[in-house]
Design a protein around this ligand. Sequence first.
Ligand code: ADP
Ligand code: MG
Length: 622
Amino acid sequence: MASVKVAVRVRPFNQRELDMGAKAVIRMDGKKTRIVNLSKTAGDVGFKDFTFDHSYWSFEPSDPDFATQEQVFEELGTEVVASAFEGYNACLFAYGQTGSGKTFTMTGPPDDPGLIPRICEAMFGKMQEEQEDKNYRVDVSYLEIYNEKVRDLLASSNPSGGLRVREHPRQGPYVSDLSHHLVTCYDHVAQLMERGNRARCTAATNMNDTSSRSHAIFTLTFRQAGLGAEGLPCETTSKVHLVDLAGSERADATGATGQRLKEGAHINKSLVTLGSVISALAEKRVGSFVPYRDAVLTWLLKDSLGGNSKTIMVAAISPADCNYSETLSTLRYANRAKNIVNQPTVNEDPNVRLIRELREEIYKLRGLLGEETQPKVLAELQQKEAKEKSLTAEWAEKWRETQAILREQQALGLRKAGRGVVLDSDRPHLVAIDQDDRLSTGVTLYHLNRNGDTVIGAAEGSDIVLPGLEPHHCIVTLKDGIAVLTPKNGYCSVDGLATETSSRISQGSLIGLGRAHVLRYNDPAEAAQLRKEGRVMSRSSLFGGSTSDLNLNVEERELETERRRLAREYEERKRQLDEERRRLEERQREAEEQLRLREEKLEEQRRRIENKKEEELEKVCI
Ligand code: ADP
Ligand code: MG
C-alpha cells in the first residue's frame, strides 16, 4: 500500500503577468503552500493552506529556497528510477492550467532538462553500472491523446480515427498497434523523445502560445534479468509512465471558439473524468464505482491511479493573482489526490516465479528424504528437479537470445537522411542485394566474424545461410582489418570478375555468389580512412560492374574490365614483390647477424692467441 505522492511547483511570473503588473498570491514554507486571496477586504483572513509531500518554490531564481530542475529530479525523479529497478510500475504526471509549467517540469528546455530526460539518463547510467550482474531490455513508446483519440507520436502515420484502446485480461488496458522502440542507450531515447515532441499537436490559445492542447504519455518498459543467490533466476518488468497533461483550465477561460472549444470540451472530458476518478478513489468507499472507462486518459492510466503502481503527481501553478481561481482549483485537486492509495507489487516474470516455487518444493522434498527413502517421494523429487532444470535452461536461453539481438542492435544505427533511412554499422559487414527474388523487400545486413572466418553457403550451420548456393560456397576471412574472399565449391566474383583463388575485398566491393546473390562489402573503418585521405572512389569502383554496365557501351565495358584486371594484376604483382623484398631483407638481416657473430668469435680467438703469445714471450724473457 502506498499513497500517491503529491508535489506542487510554482513558476516565475511570465511576461504577460509582468506586463499586467500581477501580484504574487502564492507563499511556500517547507511542505506548506499558501494561496492568498488579495480581493478580500482588508482585515479578512483571505488565505488557504495546503500541505503536500513537497512544495517547490521556483518563483525567483535568486531566492535561496529556489527549487531547481536538479532538486525536483533528486527528490521525485530518483524515486521513479528506484521503483523501476525494484520491479515496480511507476507513474509521474504533471497537472495544472495551460502555461503553469507542466512541460517545463516534465521535459524542460535543452539547457535545463526536466524530469523525463533526467530519469531516462539516470536509468541508463544505473544500467551501465550494474551491467556486470544483470541484463536489461528497455523499450519506449510515446502517445498523445487529442480530442479523445490516441495518436502514436513515434509512428510515421496514424489511422484517421486514432488507435484503439483495448483491455488485456491480465495486463489491463493497452493501445493496440502502438509502436514500441527498443533502445540501448540514452542518446537513442533522446532522439525518440525529440521526434515525439515535434509530432505533438500544439495550438495557440490566448493563455500560452506554445502550450500543448493534448495529453502526452511517454512510457518506458523496463525489463531486467539476472541470477540471484544460488543461481536463482530473477526477472522483473516495470512500466514507467511519464505524463504531461493538457491544460486544466475551462475552455471559456481561454477565449476558445469552434474547433478550439471542441478540443477544450474533450480535454476537459479526460480531465473531468480524471477528477471523478481521483474523487472516487480518495473517498475510499469500498465497492464504489470508479469511472476509469469514461475517458481514454483514465482508462490507460488505470493502474497508476489506485492500482499496481508507485505514482507521483506534480501540480504546476502560476504565482499570479489573475490566475487565483484556477490555481486554487489545482491545489484542491492535488489535495484530493493525496488520498489515493495504490497497491504496488513487484512484477516478477511468471516463469521465474514458477522456478522459484519449484526450488522451494525441491528443498522441502529433499528434507523428507530419510534413511529408508520412499520411492514415491524420490520420483516426485526427480520429476520436479527435471522440470526446474528445463525451465531454467529455457529462461537462460531466452535472455541469451535477447542479449545477442541487443548487441547486434547496438552495433547498428538507423538514422534518417532526408526521405531515406540509413542503416549504419560500425563493424565490417555484407549487405545483401536480392536479385533473384523480386518480391523480397527488406534489406539484410550480415556482420562478419571479427578476426576469423565467416562461412557462407546453403548448408545449415553456415554463418550466413543463402539458398541456391553450394553447401560450402566460400569463406570471408577478416584479419587485422583486411578481408579476403576464398571460394570453396561455388562460383564467386569480385566486382564482376570471376575468381577461383583468394581475393582481397575492400570497401564497396561487390561480391557475386552463384547465380542469384550479390553482396556488397562495407568496412566502415576503411571507408573513414579513405575519406580522411580525401580519396573519392568512383561510382564504378564502388558499385562494380553491374551498376556501371548500365551506362557503358560494350567496348568501354571491355576496356573497363581490362583496366580493372590490369589494376588487380598490378596490385597482386606489387604484393608479391613486396613480399619478396621483405623475404630478401629478412635473409640479409640474418646473414649480417651471422657475420657479426663470426667476427666476434674470430676476435675472441685473436685475443686468446695474443695473450698466449705474450705469455710465451714473458717465459722466454725470464
Ligand atoms: P504548460 O506545459 O503547463 O502549459 P510550460 O511548461 O510550457 O507550461 O510553461 C510556460 C512558460 O513558463 C514557458 O515559457 C516556461 O519556460 C516557463 N516556465 C514554467 N515553469 C518554469 C520554471 N519553473 N522556471 C522557469 N520558467 C518556467
Ligand atoms: Mg505543456
